[in-house]
Design a protein around this ligand. Structure first.
Ligand code: SF4
Length: 413
C-alpha cells in the first residue's frame, strides 16, 4: 500500500517509497492491508487544509511531508464505520475542519482503500433509493394536503437542499419519516450538526427556528403513514434540538398518532436527558427509542455533551424506561478510534448497554475535527482497535444486534 496526498489543485498524488500510516486517537500506527476495504460507493475524498501528512519510511519511522501537499481522508457514506483516523498533524493556526468523520485513506494496486468496516446494508438507506426525482411533486402534494403546516416547508428544504434521506422519505411516504419537534436543546455537543455554539465551523444543517404544534406534528405523521411503505415516524432529527424538551407537544402528538395508527413504529431519537418525559411518551404509544452517547464515563460524556441539568443517570434511565415497556432500545454510539475502543470506555459501554436493555447498537462515525476533539477531551488510554472492540461487544452482549439504522418494531396481528 502507498501513501496518498492532495496536490494544490485537489488531485491525488501517490507517493512511492512511503507507506501509509493512520491514527488511533493521538497514536500513530501503520495502516495495514487488514485495516482497509475498497473505497465504498458514495464515499468522498477530502483534503485536510493546514495539516501535514505523515507517512512511514522503509524502516517504519514517521516522515512528515512539508510543502504544498495536504493530507487526504475519506468521508464514508452511512452503513460504514471508520476504524482509523488520517495520519496528519495540524500546523500552527490551522482552521478547524468541517463536521465530517475523516477516515485514513491509502492506495493499493491502483485503487483507493479506506480504514473502515461495513456495518449495515439495510435496503431502506441504500443511496440508489434516494434522489430528487419526483420530490418537488411529493412536496407539493404535502403542501396541498397540509396547508399552513410549517413542518412541510422546513422539511422541503432539508429534502431538496440538504438532500436529507429522512426528509425525502417523509415526502415519498415510505420507510422512516422525520418529525422534528424542538428548536431548543439542553446540551451543547462539540459535534452538534444543527448548531455550533462558537461558530468556528458552519453546522451542516440549520437548527429549526420554530416549535411545531401538536396538530402540525400529528398532521404530518398522518399524511406520511398513508403511504404503502410507511413504517416509522421519528421525533428527534439532525435539524433540531432535543425532542424531549418539548414534553407536552411530543406526548400529545404521540397519543394523536397512535390513536389512528396502531401498527406504526413511533420512535424518538434523543440525548436521553428526560426519562420522565419519555415515560409519558411511552404511555401515549411511543415504542422505540434511540439514545445517542459518545461515552458512558462521566468525564468524556460531560466534556463532549456539555449537558445542562442532566447526566448519565438520566441517559441510562431512558433505556430502562423503554425496556420496561417492552419497546425497542437502540444505542447510537458516536464512535471514535482511540476513544470508543479503549478498555475503560468499552467496559463502561457494555455495562450501560446491559443496564439499559439495549436491543441494537448503531455504530456511527463521530463527525467532528478529530484533532480538536482529542484536545477537548481528557487523556485516553490506548485503543484496542475498532474491529476488536466490536467483536468484544458481540461476545459480551450476545443478544444485541449491531448495525447503523433503526428497524420498525413488529406489532402482533
Ligand atoms: S443533543 Fe443533539 S441537538 Fe443537542 S447539542 Fe447535542 S447533537 Fe445538538
Amino acid at each position: 500500500m502507498r501513501l496518498c496526498v492532495a496536490r494544490p489543485d485537489g488531485s491525488i498524488e501517490i507517493r512511492d517509497g512511503l507507506r501509509p500510516a493512520a491514527r488511533s486517537g493521538r497514536r500513530l500506527v501503520p495502516l495495514t492491508p487488514a485495516d482497509v476495504i475498497p473505497l465504498p460507493e458514495g464515499a468522498t475524498v477530502a483534503h485536510l487544509p493546514g495539516r501535514r501528512a505523515i507517512g512511514l519510511d522503509a524502516r517504519g519511522d514517521p516522515v512528515e511531508l512539508a510543502g504544498l501537499r495536504a493530507p487526504v481522508a475519506a468521508i464514508l457514506p452511512v452503513g460504514y464505520l471508520r476504524t482509523l483516523l488520517p495520519a496528519s498533524r495540524p500546523g500552527p493556526g490551522s482552521p478547524r475542519l468541517p463536521l465530517f468523520g475523516y477516515a485514513a485513506l491509502a492506495e493499493r494496486n491502483g485503487e483507493l482503500v479506506v480504514a473502515a468496516l461495513g456495518t449495515d446494508t439495510f435496503e431502506w438507506w441504500q443511496p440508489c433509493h434516494h434522489g430528487t426525482a419526483g420530490l418537488p411533486e411529493a412536496v407539493d402534494a404535502a403542501r396541498h394536503a397540509l396547508p399552513g403546516n410549517r413542518l412541510v416547508d422546513h422539511l422541503a428544504r432539508c429534502a431538496l437542499e440538504y438532500r436529507c434521506y429522512t426528509a425525502q422519505n417523509t415526502f415519498f411516504r415510505r420507510y422512516e419519516a422525520a418529525l422534528p419537534a424542538s428548536p431548543a436543546c439542553n446540551a451543547d455537543c462539540l459535534g452538534c450538526i444543527s448548531l455550533q455554539s462558537d461558530g468556528a465551523v458552519p453546522s451542516p444543517q440549520e437548527r429549526m427556528g420554530f416549535a411545531p404544534t401538536v396538530a402540525e406534528l400529528a398532521g404530518l405523521a398522518g399524511h406520511f403513514l398513508e403511504g404503502d411503505e410507511a413504517a416509522i415516524v421519528s421525533f428527534g432529527q439532525g435539524c433540531e434540538g432535543e425532542a424531549l424538551t418539548r414534553s407536552r407537544a411530543v406526548v400529545e402528538a404521540t397519543a394523536a398518532i397512535r390513536a389512528h395508527n396502531p401498527a406504526a413504529t413511533i420512535h424518538v431519537n434523543t440525548n436521553g436527558s428526560r426519562p420522565r418525559v419519555l415515560e409519558r411518551m411511552v404511555a401515549a404509544g411511543c415504542d422505540s427509542v434511540r439514545i445517542s452517547a459518545i461515552s458512558f464515563t462521566e468525564s468524556v460524556f460531560r466534556a463532549y455533551y456539555r449537558p445542562v441539568g442532566y447526566g448519565l443517570q438520566e441517559v441510562i434511565e431512558c433505556g430502562r424506561v423503554m425496556r420496561r415497556s417492552g419497546g425497542q432500545v437502540c444505542l447510537n454510539l458516536l464512535a471514535f478510534p482511540g476513544i470508543t475502543d479503549t478498555p475503560s470506555e468499552l467496559e463502561a459501554t457494555i455495562a450501560a448497554c446491559a443496564e439499559m436493555g439495549v436491543d441494537q447498537i448503531q455504530w456511527r462515525s463521530l463527525n467532528v475535527d478529530h484533532d480538536w476533539l482529542i484536545d477537548e477531551l481528557p487523556p485516553m488510554e490506548e485503543g484496542m482497535g475498532m474491529a476488536i472492540a466490536m467483536e468484544t461487544v458481540r461476545r459480551r452482549l450476545p443478544g444485541v444486534a449491531h448495525g447503523n439504522f433503526t428497524r420498525p418494531v413488529a406489532h402482533p396481528g
